[in-house]
Structure formats: C-alpha cells, structure tokens
Design a protein around this ligand. Structure first.
Ligand code: CTP
Length: 206
C-alpha cells in the first residue's frame, strides 16, 4: 500500500483538530489514520507535578520527535504502532498506548511538526492552519479550563511566558515550509473541499 502523509500544523487553538477530523470523517477511519505530535511529549517522571507545570511545552525539544519519525516510517511500511497517550491534566505521559493502524492516508498534527526537517521530509503535503492570535488564545482558555484541568490564571501566565514567545520563534516561521496555508482551519469549507479533492485524486492514482 502506498501511503500519503499529510502534515497539519498551526499555532495553539488554530483549528488543526477540526480540519483533521473533517478530513477523517469524509474519508472514514479505515482510509485515514491520525498521529499527533502532542502524544510524543517527553516523560517527566523525575519531576513533581508543581515543577512539570512550569516546563516549556512549546519548544521543539519538549517532544520525542525521533520516536514519532520512527513510528511514521513504520506506518508507511505498513506496520501498526503503539502511540503513547499524553495526559495534559498531570503534564505527563500516561502508562497507556493506543494502536494506530497503517492506512492509505496518515495525518500528522502538531504545532511544531514543520520545525523538524525529518518530519517534513516524510510529508507529501504540508498544511498550515493560520488563525489570528486573539481567536486562538480565546479558544485555548476555554479548552484548557474545561478539558485540561487548568485555571484561568495559569493559562494566561503560560501563554505570556512560553506559548506566545515560542509561537513567534518557532511556529510562525515554520509556516514558510507549508504547501498550503488555510485561514481558519476546518471552518474554511473551500480549502477543505480542495484538500479532499487532492487526497481523493492521490488515492485514485494508487
Ligand atoms: N501543553 C500544555 N501542557 C502540557 C503539554 C502541552 O499546556 N503539559 C500545550 C502546549 O503549551 C501547546 C499545546 O499544548 O501550546 C498544543 O496543543 P494545541 O495545538 O493547542 O491543541 P490541538 O487540539 O492539537 O490543536 P488545535 O487547537 O489547533 O485544534
């Protein structure tokens, strides 16, 4: 089986997940497997919770990218992989893994995937979801408080100390690696339609 690997990057709260889900819903889970860079955040068992809260999770070094590269190569070779499960509420990798199966289309999602030349080399199409910073931080506040066990104060402090400076240093410049820049992610129906057509054409060729 020939595999198409699509990278979907963009700042925090930009709408990467919505775009990814719409693509997967269109083609179905048998055709599309998703693998998220966030699953590869490094383990920090050596630090207590209070210290883990203060780490910089927006720097490329906070991810075990070599493991993700290895997993993508396995998937492309037709082998299933056990992907780590990250728990944002404890700022650490959990002890669980999930099985990700090879599929004709693999979507790789994450804020910093285009910062890694090894990951970029594996991608057939690179999409950057471009959403204004005010919209992104508003979405992030709601999500982190509702789903990731955070307080409003902690989200604001983290945004100003690490998320925003790292976005400007690493995420925004990585946009230049993209083949396609999509304003507003999965809500941009014209871009979604174009992407669906591109994927469908490539699947037909196989
Ligand atoms: N992060 C965090 N605490 C951790 C690990 C990661 O707050 N222990 C945050 C990082 O600060 C990073 C964010 O998780 O900015 C990455 O996830 P994000 O891109 O916001 O979420 P997705 O759902 O993948 O993307 P989108 O909102 O675009 O759909």
């Amino acid at each position: 089986m020939n595999t198409i690997i699509i990278g979907i990057a963009g700042g925090t709260g930009s709408g990467k997940t919505t775009l990814t889900e719409r693509l997967r819903d269109h083609f179905g889970a048998d055709e599309v497997s998703v693998i998220n860079h966030d699953s590869y955040y490094k383990r920090h068992d050596e630090l207590p919770y209070e210290e883990r809260c203060k780490l910089n999770y927006d720097h490329p070094d906070s991810f075990d990218t070599p493991l993700m590269v290895a997993h993508l190569r396995e998937l492309r070779a037709g082998h299933p992989v056990q992907v780590p499960v990250y728990d944002y509420t404890i700022h650490n990798r959990s002890n669980e893994t999930v099985l990700v199966k090879p599929a004709p289309v693999i979507i790789v999602e994450g804020i910093l995937i285009f910062d890694s030349p090894e990951l970029c080399d594996l991608m057939d199409m690179k999409v950057f979801v471009d959403t204004d910073a005010d919209v992104r931080i508003l979405r992030r506040i709601v999500r982190d408080v509702k789903e990731r066990g955070r307080t409003l104060d902690s989200v604001v402090t983290q945004y100003l100390t690490t998320v925003k400076p790292m976005h400007e240093q690493f995420v925004e410049p990585s946009k230049r690696k993209a083949d396609l820049i999509v304003p507003e992610g999965g809500h941009n129906l014209v871009a979604l339609e174009l992407l669906i057509k591109w994927v469908a054409d490539h699947l037909k060729e196989q």
